[in-house]
Design a protein around this ligand. Structure first.
Ligand code: DC
Length: 229
């Protein structure tokens, strides 16, 4: 029987915007008692901080320099930037767009690598984003590419915003998601893609619970395969 890898296990869940990967990743982490990294939130924080400092989202070097001065903390699910709670502010569609724009710059991505890696703590981590499996945690024990059709994602986002009592327009959301999908998957630095050893999880006709069960079963299979070999 081969031993389980000695390093702290990571489950990497990558996928496009509004695919539901955040909800799935959080529930998987809860079920396993693992830590959770919402890497998209980090890019959103950077977009927000840049705007606050009046730095345009295309200014790669200035944003990378700003990153080194930021104090980013996640406390009980809340996002603190330099001590201030900005959880709601970074969830806006504007900051989603900004995150996608600042994320194209290799200098910004490099400046955020150590922070993301620091979330890897015992007993394990579930990380969600675009490059969890390809760049940040290439040695993840389990890699999932979680996606859904773009119209379905737009409809889910639309309902989510409506339920929060926010103004929402389906067509605008759909267009925005298509633009972000294109930018996130066609950039040269760490583009969104399904890596070769990732399992595909299409949630178009799945509930969140079914998607969570898929990941938990796949994780259990990983552990079993270590025990068998
Ligand atoms: O997951 P999200 O929608 O909160 O992410 C917002 C943007 O941040 C996304 O459009 C691209 C960028 N991002 C990234 O480039 N790499 C990650 N690991 C996570 C997010």
């Amino acid at each position: 029987m081969s031993k389980l890898p000695t390093h702290i296990p990571v489950i990497a869940i990558d996928g496009p915007s509004a695919s539901g990967k955040g909800s799935v990743a959080e529930l998987v982490a809860e079920a396993l008692g693992f830590h959770y990294l919402d890497s998209g939130a980090i890019y959103r924080i950077v977009a927000y901080a840049s705007k606050e400092q009046r730095i345009a989202w295309n200014q790669a070097e200035a944003i990378a320099a700003l990153v080194s001065q930021l104090s980013i903390q996640f406390v009980h699910g809340e996002i603190l930037l330099n001590g201030a709670n900005i959880s709601m502010l970074v969830r806006s569609e504007e900051m989603g767009r900004g995150a996608s724009e600042v994320a194209v710059h290799p200098a910004v991505r490099n400046a955020l690598l150590d922070l993301q890696k620091s979330f890897r703590k015992a007993p394990g981590l579930v990380g969600d984003g675009r490059d969890m499996a390809s760049v940040v945690f290439p040695d993840a024990i389990l890699k999932i590419f979680l996606t859904a059709g773009v119209e379905i994602r737009a409809q889910r986002r639309f309902e989510q915003l409506r339920n929060r009592g926010l103004d929402a327009n389906y067509e605008t959301i759909l267009q925005d998601l298509q633009t972000r999908d294109l930018r996130d998957s066609q950039r040269s630095a760490a583009p969104l893609k399904q890596v070769q050893d990732a399992l595909l999880l299409d949630t178009s006709d799945k509930t969140i619970q079914q998607a969570v069960d898929f990941v938990l079963d796949a994780y259990q299979e990983c552990l079993n395969s270590y025990k068998k070999t």
